[in-house]
Design a protein around this ligand. Structure first.
Ligand SMILES: Cc1cc2nc3c(=O)[nH]c(=O)nc-3n(C[C@H](O)[C@H](O)[C@H](O)COP(=O)(O)O)c2cc1C
Length: 362
């Protein structure tokens, strides 16, 4: 019943993607569990070195013979003034004192080499490649497609979706503003690109001729049916999988996910310099008072890394980044396979009930 153009192309049973979530949650165990359950597991590999990336792909292949995806960040090279970096370092030092870690750390590397990561993906001939934060060079998209890899981009507006279609992607993720994690916005300011999933999906569907994947706030079978009704060919769920046992999210983070509400999140640049939705923390609140300009991504991300790591070590959620979407209250501590199964069962029951209802009435 839930076969779509995209499930046929990807050779997956259900139109359910587990969102790639860089920074630890999408372990090979989680990716493989979702793919084995009939969905598409996705590895969030934006922060992985080429060696870690190859190791994770090989591990996934040991755990499943089903299709899976790998997701990368399209690189950005912002110019940041020395003064802004010094001012932020000074400001962040008060958190370092609080957490008992060294002040003025040397920021070694702000991001991995995209070209090296792409090289690994081409050598490994992965089934699905997705990306966010922009559009990779034309030759990267073409090389992936020549390897038989399905290429998927991320859009937060209709304009971005049209650019992605022209660039040659096979499908587009429509990321609504309910979504957890970083905004994929790359054409306009984020404040002009905060469109809810319900409004965004049908407008993108009407303006492109390739499959659209709905993402943002989708947590169960109701979200799946609604997305398909809006014209989506699949859904991509992130927050729904964060607290499951296969997720590599920190235990403190998982507990926060399971106890937070729909009004617990906010979009912030405080942790990484790029707008992202997460559970409100002391760090986010404090940074509202920051007197200067927060350095752009990926610089700020590198500058707060030691603080986030120290906070995780001491189980202090107030200084960790707790990315999560607005569907929070619906998150459950269930296995990944159970989440896929229940989503399909709920969607199936809902559709049957609707037809029955319609049959009785008309
Ligand atoms: C913890 C976390 C990390 C994320 N990391 C990535 C990522 O690496 N790449 C990406 O394209 N999207 C990333 N996202 C966004 C998801 O792909 C997706 O758009 C989002 O999870 C959908 O909203 P939901 O969380 O309400 O399901 C992340 C989301 C979360 C919650």
């Amino acid at each position: 019943m839930f076969e779509t153009e995209l499930t046929r192309t990807l050779k997956i049973r259900y139109p359910i993607f587990q969102a790639p979530m860089a920074g630890g949650p999408t372990t090979p165990d989680l990716v493989a569990a979702v793919s084995n359950a009939g969905g598409l597991g996705n590895l969030g590999a934006g922060y992985l070195t080429p060696e870690q990336l190859r190791g994770a792909i090989q591990k996934i292949r040991e755990l499943t013979d089903q299709p899976f995806g790998v997701n990368l960040f399209v690189p950005e090279q912002p110019e940041e003034s020395e003064e802004a970096v010094v001012q932020m370092t000074d400001y962040l030092n008060k958190y370092r004192v609080k957490l008992g870690i060294a002040q003025n750390p040397s920021i070694l590397k702000s991001s991995e080499s995209f070209d090296d990561q792409v090289q690994v993906l081409l050598e490994e001939k992965i089934p699905v490649f997705s990306f966010t934060f922009g559009i990779p060079p034309h030759d990267v998209i073409q090389a992936m497609k020549q390897c038989g890899t399905v290429v998927i981009g991320t859009a937060t507006t209709v304009e971005e979706a049209k650019h992605l279609e022209v660039a040659g992607v096979n499908a587009i993720v429509a990321q609504g503003c309910e979504a957890g994690g970083h905004r994929g916005t790359f054409l306009k300011n984020v404040s002009e690109s905060l469109i809810g999933t319900m409004a965004l999906v049908p407008q993108i569907v009407d303006h492109v001729s390739i499959p659209v994947i709905a993402s943002g706030g989708i947590m169960d079978g109701r979200g799946l049916v609604a997305s398909l009704a809006l014209g989506a060919a699949a859904v991509k769920m992130g927050t729904a999988f964060l607290a499951c046992p296969e997720s590599g999210a920190h235990e403190t983070y998982k507990r926060k996910i399971l106890s937070a509400n729909e009004d617990s999140t906010e979009i912030t640049c405080a942790y990484s310099g790029k707008a992202a939705r997460g559970i409100r923390t002391k760090f986010m609140n404090d940074m509202h008072q920051y007197p200067g300009t927060i350095p752009a991504y990926p610089i700020q991300n590198a500058m707060t890394r030691d603080i986030r790591q120290a906070a995780a070590k001491s189980n202090d959620p107030e200084y960790m980044s707790l990315w999560a979407g607005q569907g929070l209250r619906l998150a459950k501590d269930q296995s990944a396979a159970e989440i896929v199964k229940q989503t399909i069962e709920q969607a199936d029951a809902f559709v049957k009930k609707s037809f029955l209802y319609a049959g009785e009435r008309f």
